[in-house]
Design a protein around this ligand. Structure first.
Ligand code: ATP
Ligand code: MG
Length: 326
């Protein structure tokens, strides 16, 4: 079976790290059909549109998408693209790697962040010169869909538990609904849940991240807490992510366009290649995904390394080293 993959490098170092990830995928014995499409600042300057309809359509019809980064136009690009895959969960592993400076080198956890509602639902109102309000949306259906994904996710990893982060003691109705729905689905699926209040989670994860494996969060909490965990593992530079929908998914490094180093061929391709490893796992190629992840780990530990990690290797040299280990 051939996998249809949309490739959207975007702007800045997206143009450098996305081809690197592609090279790694091409080195594997798997049938892919890659189709490249434009999005971001450059195509907007040319055509007036940051997200051409054909790019949206391609992403909405491919099995999976590899995305790089978009600059000024990021919100105009990535929000509609997440919608194109109907992404209801953002998967963000936060993992420290040997050879990379980390505040908490023992960190290895995955956030499953609700990706469609909460306080990011866009219902903000300016009621007067003095007063603005925000309506927080929490549905039983979205919470259950996330929990079902979480149950499968832990099961695939041979785990039988996940943490659910909330603040239902204060936001009784909204986080209460979220918590009840998630715990109910987990109970029905024979998965244990560890409830953690979101403020307490921030402390616990800093003091001892090994208490957590898989962490299920409402939208805003997931956004903030996964960035906090990124700090524990040495910054955003190495982190991959996935936006998963019912039928397709989009994979992207957590970092942006890095305009300070763009165009020099020195960007670290690790986050993009690790995103490609997540894509492999998503498509059912678990062994190849694990092999790519291990190859990146070996290179991070032994070099060559790019400038952000204290080395002087180019993007191409690091990519070639990863492919060599495969
Ligand atoms: P954007 O607005 O697109 O997010 P930014 O200026 O916030 O751009 P980021 O891409 O978020 O830049 O990166 C923040 C810092 O981390 C920059 O100094 C950048 O050079 C560095 N950085 C990010 N990703 C990488 C990478 N893959 N390799 C090397 N350095 C990186
Ligand atoms: Mg940024």
């Amino acid at each position: 079976m051939t996998h249809d993959i949309a490739v959207v490098p975007g702007d800045g170092i997206g143009q450098e790290v996305t081809p690197a990830a592609l090279e790694v995928l091409e080195a594997l014995d798997i049938d892919f059909l890659f189709r490249e499409a434009a999005a971001g600042d450059a195509v907007k300057a040319e055509t007036g549109e940051a997200l051409p309809q054909e790019t949206y359509d391609l992403v909405a019809s491919s099995d999976a998408t590899l995305f790089g980064a978009a600059g000024e136009t990021a919100a105009d690009v990535i929000l509609p693209l997440r919608e194109a895959v109907d992404s209801f969960v953002n998967v963000r592993p936060a993992r420290a790697y040997p050879g990379v400076d980390a505040v908490r080198p023992e960190t290895d956890l995955v956030f499953l962040r609700e990706n469609t509602e909460g306080v990011y639902s866009g219902h903000e109102t300016r009621l007067s010169d003095d007063l603005s309000t925000l309506t927080r949306v929490v549905t039983d259906s979205a919470s259950r869909r996330l929990a079902e994904f979480a149950c499968e996710f832990v099961d695939d990893r041979g785990l039988d538990e996940f943490a659910v982060v909330h603040k239902a003691n204060v936001m009784r109705e909204t986080d209460g609904r979220f918590r009840d729905a998630v715990v109910d689905v987990a109970d029905a699926g024979g998965v244990e849940t560890q409830e953690v209040l979101m403020d307490a989670f921030a402390t616990h994860v800093c003091l001892d991240p090994t208490q957590f494996d898989v962490v299920v969060c409402p939208n805003l909490a997931g956004d903030v807490l996964s960035d906090l965990a990124a700090g524990l593992v040495g910054g955003l530079g190495l982190l991959p992510s996935a936006n998963v929908g019912p039928d397709r998914a989009l994979f992207e490094p957590v970092h942006g366009t890095a305009p300070d180093i763009a165009g020099q061929g020195v960007a670290n391709p690790a986050a993009a290649i690790l995103s490609a490893a997540m894509l492999l796992e998503y498509l059912g190629h678990e062994d190849e995904g694990a092999a790519v992840q291990e190859a990146v780990e070996d290179v991070l530990e032994e070099g060559p390394r790019t400038g952000d990690l204290g080395g002087d290797a180019s993007t191409d040299e690091v990519t070639a080293a990863v492919i060599d280990r495969l």
